[in-house]
Write a protein that binds this ligand. Sequence first.
Ligand SMILES: [Zn+2]
Length: 151
Amino acid sequence: MIVASSIAVVVIVLLYVLLIRHSDLPYVEPVSPVAHLDERKAAIFENIRDSNFEFLMGKLSAEDYQQTKNDLQKELASVNAEIESVLAALSPSDAGQSGARRKATTKTEPVALAAAANGNSAVVCPHCNATFARPMRFCGECGKPLEGEAQ
Ligand SMILES: [Zn+2]
């Protein structure tokens, strides 16, 4: 009984701390230097998925959908750039390597990598075959992820 209630107290305290961190404090020194950026990225991904879903459900006009998606992709690009600059500043030896960013994102980008290997930055969407001049995380045509079949 004592052990069980101790565990309960610990769990409650942990939940309390986690909830406080997410809601009340403006900024907590993150475990990872890019943790807050990763969170922003996750939020953007979620928004992209939401707008994609709303579009598919007919709740969003094609025009609004395209606009929303463009805005989100721009935001995503700026967050990615921020992550890269943070990581580059932290590890100068890795600055020139494309691996630096993936440590933070944990996702591989086979499409982008293949394009880079060809000396060509164009990306072809595996879902709808749309072609884009530069690597993007999400297809500008169908909104699906361009970074592989992981999802
Ligand atoms: Zn596509």
